[in-house]
Design a protein around this ligand. Structure first.
Ligand code: CP3
Length: 343
């Protein structure tokens, strides 16, 4: 199925685009009443993720309602720990919780590696259904968590401001940490390849907890594993790496086999371009809170952002996921402002 709108793929590959492509991290979700209506029919988030027809439906909602230039498969980064042997629960208003975490060597040995990807047939099926129903309107993005962020949840067992339990493990058991990180990396590579085989047109790796490691630790416990993912995927489809708050990662990312580098709103556009050079596409980076403004405020932010990034080798997005209390009309205003931008 030929794509009618391939702006984001061309921007990712560094080809010329007639306008800046736009999508939003967490574009499918609670900001849309249409999403909440589907979600209420089910007992919870996990059920939605595991029901391909409904996951496909909520994946496509933002394309219809917001007019974004890409869909991202409705799923979660936590399906990998689950497939490896640590099931997650999604607790209302509290977030993820793992009844079982990694405590000893037996737990580490029991974790599945690459074979975990076989447990995720429901995601591949959701991708196939989505691709069929999108009917070539826009590309579909697949995704996974970066190994460090997945490790952080697997050790901590839940969200945390400091992830001090996970960091304690890095400091006290560095070799065991690497054993686990390598298994997660094996699972993630097989999973991302499975998503591409099912039809994903592009991929993104989310390192949401990058910001809590020192640059040295980040090199040792995150970058090497992201690099292995980039090497294994080897540009089969465009790949985005997004490491929130990882200032030190920008220069090394520029040398990896990724196509796009995601930036958060604390990173300056011009400075990032200088550090990264011209061989990668940049993605980002409006503060999600900027969408609490009115329409003209948002239009001004968009103008400043696109003036700074330029219109080529750039994909407009937020600097992190959309917050659930954002007014969807202001999200639409953001998307429209990008589409209407004139340099
Ligand atoms: O629209 C999209 O972006 C696609 C779907 C998507 C979800 N999670 C759905 C979701 C994506 C890409 C993710 C990635 C994800 N999940 C990340 C990386 C991105 C980031 O935000 O840093 C992380 C860290 C997670 C783990 C996770 N999932 C947390 C911490 C939470 C709870 C916080 C919250 O927002 O409620 C989730 C739940 C979650 N994942 C929801 C959605 C739509 C909300 C739950 C619901 O709707 O019931």
């Amino acid at each position: 199925m030929a794509l009618q709108n391939d702006l984001i793929l061309r921007a990712a590959r560094g080809e010329k685009v007639e306008r800046v492509p736009v999508w939003l991290m967490r574009q499918a979700g609670r900001i849309l009443p249409e999403y909440r209506a589907v979600r209420e029919k089910l007992s919870g988030f996990r059920e939605l993720v595991m029901t391909p027809d409904l996951a496909a439906e909520v994946t496509i909602q933002p394309v219809d309602i917001l007019g974004v230039d890409a869909a991202i498969i409705f799923s979660d980064i936590l399906v990998i720990p689950e497939a490896m042997g640590l099931p997650y629960e999604m607790q209302e208003n509290r977030g993820p919780f793992f009844p079982k975490t990694i405590e000893n060597d037996r737990d580490i040995a029991a974790l599945l590696g690459a074979e975990a990807a076989h447990e995720l047939e429901y995601v591949y099926e959701a991708i196939r259904v989505t691709k069929k129903n999108l009917n070539g309107r826009v590309p579909l993005i697949g995704f996974a968590g970066a190994p460090w962020t997945i490790f952080a949840y697997m050790i901590e067992g839940q969200g945390s401001k400091t992830f001090s339990k996970a960091k304690r493990f890095l400091y006290t058991e560095p070799e065991k940490s690497k054993l686990i990180l390598n298994k997660i990396t094996d699972a993630t590579i097989a999973y991302l390849k499975g998503q591409v085989a099912a039809g994903a047109d592009m991929l993104q790796v989310f390192d949401s907890w990058a910001n809590i490691l020192s640059p040295e630790q980040y090199n040792e416990f995150s970058l090497v594993y992201i690099e292995r993912i980039c090497n294994e995927l080897n540009h089969i489809v465009p790949l985005t790496v997004f490491a929130k708050g990882a200032f030190s990662a920008r220069a090394p990312f520029a040398k990896m086999k990724c196509d796009v580098i995601g930036l958060d709103w604390t990173m300056d556009a011009v400075e990032s371009r200088e550090i990264i050079g011209s061989s990668k596409t940049l993605q980002g980076n409006l503060d999600p809170c900027a969408l609490y403004q009115n329409k003209s405020g948002i239009e001004l932010e968009v103008k400043k952002m696109l003036d700074a990034f330029g219109t080529q080798r750039y994909i407009a997005n937020l600097g992190h996921g959309l917050y659930p209390d954002t007014d969807r009309y202001m999200v639409k205003a953001f998307v429209d402002a990008i589409k209407e931008y004139k340099a």
